[in-house]
Design a protein around this ligand. Structure first.
Ligand SMILES: Cc1cc2nc3c(=O)[nH]c(=O)nc-3n(C[C@H](O)[C@H](O)[C@H](O)COP(=O)(O)OP(=O)(O)OC[C@H]3O[C@@H](n4cnc5c(N)ncnc54)[C@H](O)[C@@H]3O)c2cc1C
Length: 325
């Protein structure tokens, strides 16, 4: 049952920040995640602050230097369909096109997709788990087929977003404002692992808002892609996915960023694998070494060991597609 809350629709970011100063206020963008959480009692809100009237927070712009600027209220469908994003930031367009269903992509926003809460069935139901401030992660000894194989510990959720790993592979930053002012930080540093704090997924403090996503112009000749594996062909969250941004020079890998989805409590960057690959020519031995390195440190739970060969396969597939001229 949805409990009663106040609902406000401020017309500017500064007005929204004022509204958010009150304890128990929650940000509402498209509402596709927030309303489910409120209805299911995952958390409560005394006041819901809708951003829907703040037109400054909507839209996609390409700066003269090629930087992509996306307002957080831009829908996921708009991101997926944008011609410049499709051409130059393909991993993001692909990831956005694979989020949920057409209805959810039309209603859900990019800001909400980056800030959404996890889908763990213990977190989403009545269990007072670690993420809700309890002292038990029920996934450890329970139904854990869709849970993490990396970065667990106090909590084994997987981060649900498809666009976040793609944006991290593209070296995106987020612009945040709050009661203490504005800051810009790499999206990679926006996410929090359970070892830092098991009760939240991002560094956002109460009252803070994401007001922009900034993606640098890709280096000439670079490419990116996002591959998502899910349990069924229809809408579903990733069981595992891989975002890859790559630049090659004279047949060698000049730069690469690899970020996994669906396997860790935050988008999982494979920096050791990247280091192994940079400066190298791709061949079958290197691909095998990279796949080994990608799964080093994986700690599958009782029912999700299948994710280990899945990650290996994602790496083999992505590197296998790199031209070997
Ligand atoms: C059936 C279903 C299937 C789904 N499948 C996928 C999938 O395959 N892949 C995937 O990536 N996602 C999936 N999702 C998640 C969906 O993409 C998110 O619900 C959506 O992106 C959230 O966007 P929203 O605008 O509706 O956010 P809201 O529901 O409005 O907000 C989500 C959270 O983010 C906070 N928030 C929103 N905007 C901001 C902001 N600008 N600053 C600070 N905090 C903010 C809210 O307070 C709330 O906690 C699925 C959801 C459903 C219901």
């Amino acid at each position: 049952m949805l409990r009663t809350f106040a609902y406000v629709r401020p017309g500017s970011t500064s007005e929204a920040l004022k509204q958010l100063e009150e304890r128990g206020s929650r940000v509402h963008a498209g509402g596709t995640d927030l309303l489910g959480c409120l209805r299911d009692g995952v958390f409560e809100a005394q006041k819901v602050v809708s951003l829907s009237r703040i037109s400054d927070l909507r839209g996609i712009e390409v700066a003269p230097d090629g930087e992509l600027r996306i307002g957080p209220l831009t829908t996921i469908a708009e991101v997926a369909a944008h011609p410049v994003i499709q051409e130059k930031f393909a991993a993001l367009a692909q990831a956005a096109s694979l989020v949920a269903s057409p209805q959810l992509r039309n209603q859900g926003t990019i800001g909400g997709n980056l800030c959404q809460r996890p889908r763990c069935w213990y977190f989403r139901s009545d269990y007072h788990c670690t993420r809700k401030g309890g002292d038990t992660c029920y996934a450890i000894g329970g139904e854990n087929q869709y849970h993490a194989i990396f970065g667990g510990g106090a909590c084994w959720i997987v981060h649900p977003s498809d666009t976040a790993p793609a944006l991290i592979a593209l070296d995106a930053r987020v612009r945040v404002v709050g009661p203490k002012g504005a800051r810009i930080l790499p999206l990679e540093k926006f996410y929090v692992l359970p070892e830092q704090d098991a009760t939240r997924e991002t560094v956002l403090d109460p009252g803070e808002l994401v007001i922009g996503v900034l993606v640098p112009a890709p280096a000439p000749g670079s490419k990116s892609a996002y591959r998502k594996v899910r349990a069924r062909g229809s809408w579903d969250f990733a069981t595992a996915g891989l975002a890859c941004a790559l630049a090659t020079k004279a047949g060698k890998i000049a730069d690469i960023r690899l970020v996994l989805s669906g396997v860790a409590p935050a988008p999982w960057r494979l920096q050791a694998v990247e280091r192994l690959l940079i400066g190298q020519k791709i061949d079958a031995r290197l691909v095998a070494r990279a796949a080994d390195a990608a799964i080093a440190g994986a700690k599958p739970l009782e029912h999700n060991g299948y994710k280990v060969p899945l990650v290996r396969g994602l790496i083999e597939e992505a590197l296998g597609a790199v031209p070997r001229a």
